[in-house]
Structure formats: structure tokens, C-alpha cells
Design a protein around this ligand. Structure first.
Ligand code: PLP
Length: 385
């Protein structure tokens, strides 16, 4: 058994990131500035996006998407319970109505057949979540949205880098929100990027800085004017320069970081292939996952311990784990408002009761991964019925 605790998802930073952030601190501009602009350009290039807007979170990107598409009271937004609650909270911010669809039990992605059933005249937005970095079936979801005259907003929080066929997630016209939160595949501590059709991203840009007619970087340059107008009561969602500096380096290192992640996943897949007690998520042909998470579902009927006890056993063996996610429909606010019970979305709830996420990050060594596998096999052997 390992002697040191294996942290679930520490950031993978190098001296390069440290230098870039120090460079910002030595200059005289800390709010969104030239590095933020460059980060947007590089990100746009990297995923082939029509346009890109750096933000201080993915949640901000999702919220601005609701604002751009005019979600308001009475409008319905169709999404999944298997997500971080931010995907639904932003609908509530706009006084819209959250409509949930159950998930495919093998991938835990929103099931397009369920989406079809939930579409009404009030459907304003369909909000698929590319859970764990495996893209949803966007061809079907986009077609459903076209038929319903609804917009599509993609929760791409996990998607650096994810592909559908030969197209990166983020390259479509759909507004798509990425996260650079501390545990995500690439990080700026807190941060996000919104991609999509240029006029929508422009509108989001205006609303991300108070609805101000001209951004601060331009106003404070030599020759810049102190005058500005407020064209709409916007928000304060821009990404500071230090975070953008971090993001630039993380983005440049994306292939290196992803290759490390991929290697750990390949090892896990090989080692768990024969197990009847744990079931990893399925990957569908034609999609490339970013492998943000390595989620396993326990065959709890064949084990004498619960998922919670399994997690405790992992911790006793010095392995940090997590659960992605506690489904939105069992959160007290949503239960109360919508009257949902755990059984309202049985696939999501069943998965939740049996799932845990194993450590997966670009910092892990081969030995770390071997320790995780050993712990899982050891617990399975000990508590097999
Ligand atoms: C992390 C996450 C978010 C929110 O990202 P922030 O950058 O923290 O706002 C949204 N959706 C999903 C699925 C996430 O995992």
C-alpha cells in the first residue's frame, strides 16, 4: 500500500506557467489585457472556433449563453441531471424552467430519444453536457433543435480536447462553454472560454463587461478615451491577465498533458478489462473523449459494501476519489421547486448510487496508476460476495 495520499486532481503546472504569471505581475496591467486577447486567439485557432471569449468561469459562459438566447420566464431549457448544478443554475438565474432528460446508462450522456420526448412549444434551448469529455450525439441533438426552432448551448466544461469525427468540440456555431477550473484538464485556477457564432460571442462579450461600449484595456491606452456607454445592464465576467497567462501556457502544453492522461486511461482500461465488479464508461466509435474523468460503476449487488464504503476503503489505502455528479434532480432546491424524486430519472440516479471517479490527471506517474489499480482489485477481492 502506498504511504503518501494520492490527490484526486492536482493541477499540472510547470515553471513555464510560473514565469508567464510573473511576467504579468512585472508589467502594469492586471485585468483582461493583451494576454487575454492572445489566449482567446490561440484557443479559437486550437479548436477551430468561429469566435472565442475568455471568461472568469464556465458558469459565466453558460449564463451569458442563456442571456444571448433570451431565456426568460416561461422558457424551457432541456438538459441532463448528470452534470454539475451550474448547468441548471444559470437557467434559474434567468427565471427559466429546467427540463431534465434521463441519460444513457452506458455513457451517462443525455439520451436524444428522451430529449425528443421533452420538447414543447416553450423549448428555447437544448443544453447537452459532454460528460467526462465524451461528446454527445450532436448530429441528433442539433437536428432536434432545428425542428423545435430552439438554440443549442453545449456544456463543454470537460472538453479539452474532445472531438466528434474530425471536428473539435467548440468548432460549431453553437455557443459552447469550457472550464479552466482548478480540477479541469487545463486550468487557470478559475476561468472559462465561450466559443460559437461570432455575433453571439460579440453579444456575450458586451454583457461580460457590464454592457460597456468599450473595454478597459482600450480606454486606458495612450490615445484611449475615458468615455464609455452602458448599452445594457451587463455582468462582470472577464478573465484577469494573470489567469490568461496561465491559460496560454496550459493551452500550449495541451498535447503533452493529454498524452499523459491518455496513457493512464489506457492502463486502467487494460487492468480493469476482466473485472466483473467494476464497469468503466463506454466510449462510442467516432468520438474522441478528453478523458476528463475516469468513472467506474460498481456492481454493488456482487459486493458486500456500498459505494460510500468503497470510497472509504480507497481513502484508507491513501487514494483520493470523487463522485461526478450528485445528480441535479436530488439537490434540495431542485427537488422542492420541481417536485422531482430520485426515481424521476432512474438511470442517472442508479448510476449515481454506484459510481466513483478514480484519480486521473496529467501529474500521475505509472506507479500512482498502478497503486490505484491495486487498491481497486484489493477491495473487490476483500468484499466480493
Ligand atoms: C466544472 C463544471 C462546470 C462549471 O465550471 P466553472 O468554470 O467552475 O464555472 C460546469 N459544468 C460542468 C459539467 C462542470 O464539470
Amino acid at each position: 500500500m502506498r504511504s503518501e495520499f494520492l490527490s484526486f486532481s492536482p493541477p499540472a503546472l510547470s515553471e513555464l506557467e510560473v514565469e508567464e504569471v510573473l511576467d504579468v505581475l512585472r508589467k502594469d496591467w492586471l485585468s483582461s489585457g493583451p494576454k487575454t486577447k492572445l489566449f482567446e486567439e490561440k484557443f479559437k485557432e486550437r479548436v477551430g472556433a468561429p469566435a472565442a471569449l475568455a471568461l472568469n468561469s464556465c458558469t459565466a459562459g453558460l449564463h451569458l449563453s442563456m442571456v444571448v438566447h433570451g431565456v426568460g420566464p416561461g422558457d424551457e431549457v432541456v438538459t441532463t441531471p448528470m452534470t454539475f448544478s451550474a448547468s441548471c443554475n444559470v437557467v434559474e438565474h434567468q427565471r427559466g424552467t429546467v427540463v431534465l432528460c434521463d441519460v444513457d446508462p452506458e455513457t451517462l450522456l443525455i439520451d436524444p430519444r428522451e430529449v425528443e420526448k421533452k420538447i414543447t412549444k416553450k423549448t428555447k434551448v437544448i443544453l447537452p453536457v459532454h460528460y467526462s469529455g465524451h461528446p454527445c450525439d450532436m448530429e441528433r441533438i442539433n437536428a432536434l433543435a432545428r425542428g423545435a426552432q430552439a438554440a443549442v448551448v453545449e456544456d463543454a466544461a470537460h472538453c479539452m480536447p474532445s472531438k466528434i469525427g474530425d471536428k473539435w468540440v467548440g468548432s460549431s456555431d453553437n455557443l459552447s462553454a469550457f472550464s479552466f477550473y482548478a480540477t479541469k484538464n487545463i486550468t487557470t485556477g478559475e476561468g472559462g472560454m465561450l466559443t460559437g457564432r461570432a455575433d453571439w460571442v460579440d453579444e456575450a462579450r458586451l454583457m461580460a463587461t457590464h454592457g460597456m461600449s468599450r473595454d478597459a484595456w482600450k480606454r486606458y491606452q495612450k490615445g484611449g478615451s475615458w468615455k464609455y456607454d452602458i448599452a445594457a445592464p451587463g455582468y462582470k465576467y472577464n478573465l484577469p491577465e494573470m489567469a490568461s497567462a496561465l491559460g496560454l501556457v496550459q493551452l500550449a502544453r495541451l498535447d503533452e498533458l493529454f498524452a499523459k492522461r491518455r496513457k493512464i486511461v489506457d492502463f486502467y482500461e487494460k487492468e480493469f478489462a476482466g473485472s466483473k465488479l467494476i464497469v468503466p464508461l463506454k466510449t462510442r466509435a467516432g468520438f474522441q473523449s478528453s478523458h476528463h474523468l475516469y468513472v467506474i460503476q460498481l456492481q454493488t449487488a456482487a459486493l458486500s459494501i456500498s459505494r460510500d464504503q468503497f470510497i472509504d476503503q480507497m481513502a484508507e489505502r491513501n487514494i483520493g476519489t470523487s463522485v461526478h455528479f450528485i445528480p441535479v434532480h436530488i439537490m434540495s432546491y431542485y427537488q422542492k421547486k420541481y417536485g422531482w424524486t430520485p426515481e424521476s430519472f432512474p438511470n442517472a440516479f442508479r448510476a449515481y448510487e454506484r459510481m466513483l471517479s478514480l484519480p486521473l490527471n496529467s501529474r500521475m506517474t505509472q506507479q500512482d496508476a498502478a497503486d490505484v489499480v491495486e487498491a481497486v482489485h484489493d477491495i473487490c477481492a476483500k468484499f466480493k460476495r
